[in-house]
Design a protein around this ligand. Structure first.
Ligand code: GLU
Length: 288
């Protein structure tokens, strides 16, 4: 078993991260497998080396260890470009010039029901979707969307869930085609000025690192439907997924990265121990 933790170095490590990372390492240890760290620094406008240093320091303090050097997404753009080329050659991508505001405006036209939201927010209304797949070389620095209707023609892309989604979904998860098209839609796989977008990078990374079990928060459960489809389209293996509940604050609100009050660094400064943190997130004491 190979598990991983893939934080973005854009803020402090908080309790929710600690829970995710510890769960991933505990699972790997219990199975005699390996735990890997990956730095999800795709968004170079927000990633900061100082956050990376701090989060590694907090993770080590928590008792985690991983082989170094760890994979950093910013060093693998050639692999993401190759995957984008493969999808482009299959006629599954198209350039999109819509701003967030364009999308909101297109969806605010009078209609019977409220606009649908998917894993990435509002479901794209299809403004830039061409009737026929674009020809010629792939634009190198453009926002590219996946044509979900065409992509789904490949057939179902189920995945196995050993944890649970937000609605207690577990076991073999198959997503009906209509839900992929209407409830998720044409997601962004490459962003102008940024290169690969999260959904593309995460499947390339998990395959490159031979991750067998992806352990992460249930907020990413629905995104997994996209990841399983991309794995099929790119000919990559689909790992087992284990989504866990989110750590919430006392009022039941989900912790955000900007929630500095839950930062591990603050608990450390207060004199708490790694065992205290495990107890706070509901984990049993660690077994060496
Ligand atoms: N960097 C992503 C996050 O922090 C990782 C998501 C994943 O584990 O796939 O949400």
């Amino acid at each position: 078993m190979i598990t991983r933790f893939a934080p973005s170095p854009t803020g402090p490590l908080h309790l929710g991260h600690a829970f995710s990372a510890l769960t991933a390492q505990d699972m790997a240890r219990a199975a005699g497998g390996a735990f890997l760290l990956r730095i999800d620094d795709l968004d170079q406008s927000r990633a900061r080396p100082a956050w990376e240093t701090q989060l590694k320091d907090d993770l080590r303090w928590l008792g985690l260890d991983w082989p170094e050097p760890c994979r950093r997404e910013s060093e693998h753009s050639a692999e993401y470009h190759a995957a984008l080329d493969l999808l482009w050659q299959q006629g599954l991508l198209y350039p999109c010039g819509c701003t967030r505001r364009d999308i909101r405006d297109a969806l605010s036209a009078p209609q019977e029901s409220a606009p649908l939201t998917g894993p990435d927010g509002l479901v794209y209304p299809g403004t830039c979707r061409p009737a026929h797949p674009p020809t010629g070389p792939r634009p190198r620095d453009a926002t590219l969307r996946l044509n979900m209707r065409r992509a789904c023609a490949i057939g179902p892309a189920p995945f196995t869930e050993t944890g649970a989604g937000p609605l207690a979904e577990t076991g073999l998860i198959a997503t009906p085609r209509a839900r992929m098209i209407e409830g998720i839609g044409d997601v962004v796989l490459s962003r102008q000025g940024m290169g690969a977008a999260y959904h593309l990078a995460v499947v390339v990374d998990d395959a490159a690192q031979q991750i067998t079990h992806v352990v992460r928060g249930e907020d990413l459960f629905d995104a997994t439907r996209i990841h399983a489809l991309l794995q099929r389209l790119l000919g990559l293996p689909t790992p087992v997924y284990h989504h866990h509940a989110l750590i919430r604050d006392d009022s039941g609100k989900r912790l955000a990265k900007r929630d500095d009050a839950r930062a591990i660094a603050l608990f450390r400064a207060e004199g708490r121990s790694p065992a205290d943190i495990r107890a706070m997130v509901g984990l049993t004491p660690s077994v060496p």
